[in-house]
Design a protein around this ligand. Structure first.
Ligand SMILES: Cc1ncc(COP(=O)(O)O)c(C=O)c1O
Length: 446
C-alpha cells in the first residue's frame, strides 16, 4: 500500500516501558509500534499490516483515515477554520447540529436537545447522570450487571468490572445493579425490577434513572431482547424514572441501525454517544436529551474541550458518508456474512463454542473452557496479523468489531485468522482436558 515507515531509525518499545505510566493497557497486548492506518488496516513502523477488528474500541466505524471524512477535515484546516471554540457558537458546530437534527433525529421521529459534555464517553455519562438526578431529585441510578459506562467516578459507580471499581480507591455509591436478562434464564428481570421498585421493604432507593446498553460491549456482547427494551421503557414510565441508553459503543451504525435501540421501537429520555460520533477517531461525545429534561442551568456542566471543532467537522462528514454509502444496509449485509461464517465453522471446532451479536458487533464465548483460553486466541490472532479484543467475565469473549466499511475480502481474511486461531487453541485445550493434563492458559499470555 506504500505505507511503510520512511523514518531512518526504528523506535524501541523501551521508550514507553521506561517513561510511560504502568497504567498503559492495549499496547501490552499488541507490543508493536504503529505508525499508520488505512481503512481496515493498522500498519506498524516496519510496514507490517494488521487487520483491525478492534476499530479503536468502536471509534473508527467508518475506517481509518476515511478519505471522504479526512478530506473535509483537511479542507477545514486549510481554510483556517476555528479549531478550539469552548462552547461558543461556530459554523462547524452549527452544521453538525443541523445535520444531526435533519438527517438522523427527525427521520426517526426523535426530538432531542444536543448537549456537548466533553471529549469522552464517560463525560457524556456523567452529564446524563447529573441531568437525571436533577430532573427527578433523586440520587440512585439503576444499572445492569456486566455494564461498562466509563471510568470517572459517577460512571464507574455504574460500571461493574471489579478491578476497575477497586482501583478507584473510594466507595462507589448511588447505584443499584440489577441482573442482565441474559444472566439467569429463569429470572424475569423486568418483573424483578418492578418488584424492587414497588416493594417498600426491598431496600432499594427509588432511582432517578436506569442506564442500559442494548448490547453490552465490554460486558461480553450481551444483547437485551427487543421486547425487553419496550418493557423497560414502560417500567420507567410506571416508576417515574428516566431511561438512559448508552450508545457509546453500539451507536453510529455499529449494530446495523444508527442507534442500537431502534430495534425496540422506543424513545429513551437520554441517549449518550461518543467514539464514532467523532467521525474519524476525533474525540467527541454528545448527550441527546428530551427537551423536558434539559434541566441543567448554563454552566452547570462545563469543560474546556466541549467544542473541538474538528470533531464536529469530522462528525458531520461521517454522517454524510454513512448516508451516501449506505453504510447501515452494508453493515446488516456484512453482519450476516459474519453470522453465517461463525454458524458454519464454530460447531465444527467444538460444540462448547457459542456466539452472539448484531450488525458488526460479535462475540465468541469461550467461557466453557479454562481461564485464559480467549487470551491465547487473541495472541495467536495477533501473531497472524489480526488485532481484536476480549470482553466479558474473565475476558472470556472474543470480540469482533470490524470497520463497517471493511471490504468483503478483508472481512473474510480476518474471519479466517480468527477461525484458525480458535481451532488451534480449542483443539489443544479439549485434547488436554480429555487426557487429564492440566493446562493453565492464564500463565501462557499474562
Ligand atoms: C458502552 C460504553 N460506555 C461508556 C464508555 C466510556 O467511554 P470513554 O472511554 O470514551 O470514556 C465506553 C468505552 O468503552 C463504552 O463502551
Amino acid at each position: 500500500m506504500g505505507l511503510e515507515n520512511t523514518n531512518d531509525v526504528l523506535m524501541e518499545t523501551a521508550v514507553f516501558e521506561e517513561f510511560e505510566s504502568n497504567v498503559r493497557s492495549y499496547c501490552r497486548k499488541y507490543p508493536v509500534i504503529f505508525s499508520k492506518a488505512k481503512g481496515s488496516l493498522l500498519i506498524d513502523q516496519n510496514g507490517i499490516e494488521y487487520i483491525d477488528f478492534l476499530c479503536g474500541a468502536g471509534s473508527c466505524n467508518y475506517g481509518h483515515n476515511n478519505d471522504y471524512i479526512k478530506g473535509k477535515v483537511i479542507e477545514y484546516l486549510q481554510n483556517d477554520g476555528l479549531v478550539h471554540g469552548l462552547d461558543m457558537y461556530s459554523i462547524a458546530k452549527g452544521e453538525f447540529i443541523q445535520f444531526m437534527q435533519k438527517y438522523v433525529l427527525a427521520p426517526r421521529g426523535l426530538n432531542y436537545k444536543i448537549l456537548f459534555p466533553g471529549p469522552t464517553g464517560t463525560n457524556a455519562v456523567e452529564a446524563a447522570l447529573k441531568i437525571a438526578r436533577k430532573a427527578k431529585g433523586r440520587s440512585n441510578i439503576l444499572a445492569l450487571m456486566g455494564g461498562f459506562h466509563g471510568m470517572t467516578l459517577g460512571a464507574l459507580a455504574l460500571t461493574t468490572e471489579r478491578s476497575a471499581r477497586e482501583a478507584c480507591g473510594v466507595t462507589l455509591g448511588n447505584a443499584t445493579h440489577v441482573p442482565h436478562p441474559s444472566m439467569m434464564k429463569n429470572l424475569d428481570t423486568i418483573e424483578y425490577i418492578d418488584m424492587i421498585l414497588s416493594d417498600d421493604h426491598s431496600g432499594v432507593d427509588k432511582p432517578a434513572a436506569i442506564i442500559v446498553e442494548s448490547v453490552q460491549g465490554e460486558g461480553g456482547i450481551n444483547i437485551v431482547p427487543d421486547q425487553w427494551l419496550r418493557d423497560i421503557r414502560a417500567l420507567c414510565d410506571k416508576h417515574d424514572m428516566l431511561l438512559i441508553l448508552d450508545e457509546i459503543q453500539t451507536g453510529c451504525g455499529r449494530t446495523g441501525t444508527f442507534f442500537s435501540f431502534e430495534r425496540g421501537g422506543i424513545s429513551p429520555d437520554i441517549v449518550v454517544m461518543a467514539k464514532s460520533i467523532g467521525g474519524i477517531g476525533m474525540p467527541c461525545s454528545i448527550a441527546l436529551v428530551k427537551p423536558e429534561y434539559d434541566v441543567l442551568a448554563p454552566g452547570e456542566h462545563n469543560g474546556t474541550f466541549r467544542g473541538f471543532q474538528l470533531s464536529f467537522v469530522a462528525g458531520k462528514a461521517a454522517l454524510e458518508f454513512m448516508l451516501k454509502e449506505n453504510v447501515l444496509d452494508e453493515t446488516v449485509r456484512k453482519g450476516k456474512i459474519v453470522q453465517d461464517y461463525l454458524a458454519a465453522n464454530l460447531p465444527l471446532i467444538d460444540p462448547g463454542l457459542t456466539f452472539r451479536g448484531l450488525g458488526l458487533m460479535w462475540g465468541i464465548d469461550c467461557g466453557a473452557y479454562p481461564a485464559g483460553t480467549a487470551h491465547q486466541i487473541r495472541q495467536l490472532c495477533f501473531e497472524n496479523r489480526l488485532i481484536l479484543e476480549l470482553s466479558g467475565r474473565e475476558d472470556s469473549v472474543v470480540k469482533l468489531m470490524p470497520a463497517l466499511t471493511t471490504d468483503d475480502a478483508t472481512l473474510m481474511q480476518g474471519l479466517e485468522i480468527v477461525r484458525s486461531a480458535i481451532t488451534q487453541v480449542i483443539t489443544a485445550t479439549v485434547a488436554s482436558q480429555t487426557t487429564g493434563d492440566e493446562q493453565d492458559n492464564t500463565k501462557l499470555f499474562a
